[in-house]
Ligand binder design. Structure first.
Ligand code: MN
Ligand code: MN
Length: 481
């Protein structure tokens, strides 16, 4: 091999040339807001108003299903079934998961455009025998659900929302704490004067114990003669009068304790929304907006709103269930296509999927947990996360480069402002989404959603522009060639 002459040194760039070359070759992160014109800025704020209303109605997975169903029916979606007509359908699973779909010009077997989000959020559930009396107060024993920092749930107003199912077949809905005149509930915390040994000397993970997370529910005794817990009996009398239930009915109940109060604007300029459950109802809301606005797409579109993501997508209403196979089979049937196993599996394998879930934005107060070159930034648009997981990518789905490249092209054409990010420093922690369960069918899957601050807290923070950008990204995905 001949020795080449060394290349002539490059000419020195002028300031203008340097700038032009940078713009051509380097990524230029931009905020959504700075690129938005007056009309778009108004849209961003209008969308956030609809979002807050949605969040106030959808504080549990069951309430989210009811809210999404109502929106779907209003937009002309019909129940999916063998005699389904019209091309716009919805289907439900046990009242805790819901799917909306729009048939396309292409057959289902050629693949579905799917967006999967989740509508469950970290919270406190009740134990099966929750009610007890102690020191002249009545309490409900709780069992936390999902990844919570326990201390965030003490000494704050809480609502009680859910259902109690009786052996006679009645389902009683309970929703107390959010209406303006409602009472709220609370988990007691120790005063600082006396918490030196019990809390302050301990590790954070040990200072607040799950078994001390009891919900104050009442304080008045039943009057009259007789032995036994008077306040507990008074509570049951009240519940019986109001809802027709007895203590045994609490065994067959799903009552969830969630932060009381509504979603709120945060900041003097109202740039942010603070709410319980942005993870992942922000992505759910954005994908709902995207599919409701879809007219006659080329590829069939499907938005699935899953339950149980926060505990590993387990159970009948989680993404590990076989529901997606059933949904695709029912889509094939509604589109008059074969519904044999081979056709279903072909349709699934040919599908493109966005796992619509949130990421963590770079926290200005804790920059050390992030790797700043690969951290999502609030306000920089929807976040694409190629892989989640922990350590050496354990538990990650890891999207294919080809699919990520296709999606980049789609967003570039549609003018979507977006960013790519991992979650935190490599060995700092980690997390997962529904992505890997859908990738198991051979579908292309990648995580896409807004980035949050204070994620998994009772008051999560999201930038309004990132929500708007998520809707843009999901819409572009549904209609892309
Ligand atoms: Mn999530
Ligand atoms: Mn989560």
């Amino acid at each position: 091999m001949a020795v080449k002459k060394p290349a002539a040194p490059a000419a020195k760039l002028s300031k203008k040339e340097f700038k032009a070359l940078s713009e051509k070759l380097l990524l230029q992160p931009k905020t959504v807001w700075e690129q938005a014109d007056a009309k778009t800025r108004a849209e961003i704020f209008a969308l956030a108003e609809d979002y807050k209303t949605f969040m106030d109605q959808a504080k549990t997975e069951r309430r989210a299903v009811a809210t999404i169903r109502a929106a779907a029916e209003q937009a002309g979606f019909k129940p999916l079934g063998p005699k389904a007509k019209g091309g716009r359908y919805y289907a439900e699973l046990a009242g805790k998961a819901i799917a909306l779909l729009v048939l396309g010009k292409q057959p289902v077997v050629q693949g579905v455009r799917m967006i999967g989000s989740h509508i469950d959020a970290p919270r406190l559930d009740l134990k099966m025998h929750p009610l007890f009396e102690n020191q002249d107060l009545a309490f409900l024993k709780t069992h936390y659900y999902g990844g919570i920092k326990k201390y965030q749930w003490f000494a704050r107003p809480l609502s009680l929302i859910g259902v109690v199912c009786t052996a006679e077949g009645r389902t009683v809905e309970i929703n107390v704490g959010d209406a303006p005149d409602d009472p709220v509930f609370t988990v007691l915390d120790l005063l600082p004067h006396l918490s030196r040994k019990s809390q302050e000397g301990k590790k954070l993970s040990e200072a607040f114990e799950a078994e001390r997370m009891n919900l104050v529910i009442a304080g008045l005794p039943l009057e009259g003669e007789g032995n036994g817990d008077r306040i507990k009996l008074a509570v049951m009398q009240l519940l019986n009068q109001r809802y027709g239930i007895v203590e045994a009915d609490l065994i067959s109940a799903e009552l969830e304790i969630v932060p009381a109060g509504n979603a709120r604007d945060v900041g003097l300029d109202r740039a942010l929304v603070g709410a319980y459950g942005h993870d992942d109802r922000a992505s759910a809301f954005a994908s709902l907006q995207a599919i409701l606005g879809l007219k006659s797409p080329a590829a069939p579109a499907l938005a699935v709103f899953y339950d149980k993501e926060e505990i590993g997508s387990e159970g009948m209403s989680g993404a590990q269930s076989r529901w997606i196979e059933h949904l695709v089979a029912a889509m094939l049937e509604a589109n008059h296509e074969p519904t044999d196993y081979l056709t279903i599996s072909r349709a699934l394998a040919a599908s493109k999927v966005l796992s619509a879930d949130v990421n963590a934005a770079l926290d200005p107060d804790y920059p050390e947990v992030h790797e700043k070159n690969n951290a999502a930034r609030l306000g920089y648009g929807v976040t694409l996360t190629k892989y989640t997981g922990h350590g050496g990518k354990y538990g990650a789905s890891d999207a294919n480069a080809e699919f990520v490249a296709w999606l980049r092209g789609v967003w570039e054409k549609a003018g979507v402002t977006w960013q790519a990010a991992g979650m935190g420093k490599i060995d700092e922690g980690g997390g997962g989404t529904v992505a890997k369960f859908l990738a198991a069918y051979g579908a292309d899957v990648v995580d896409v959603g807004p980035a949050l601050l204070s994620m998994h807290s009772p008051f999560e923070i999201m930038h309004k522009a990132d929500l708007w950008s998520s809707v843009q990204a999901y819409q572009a995905f549904f209609v892309a060639k």
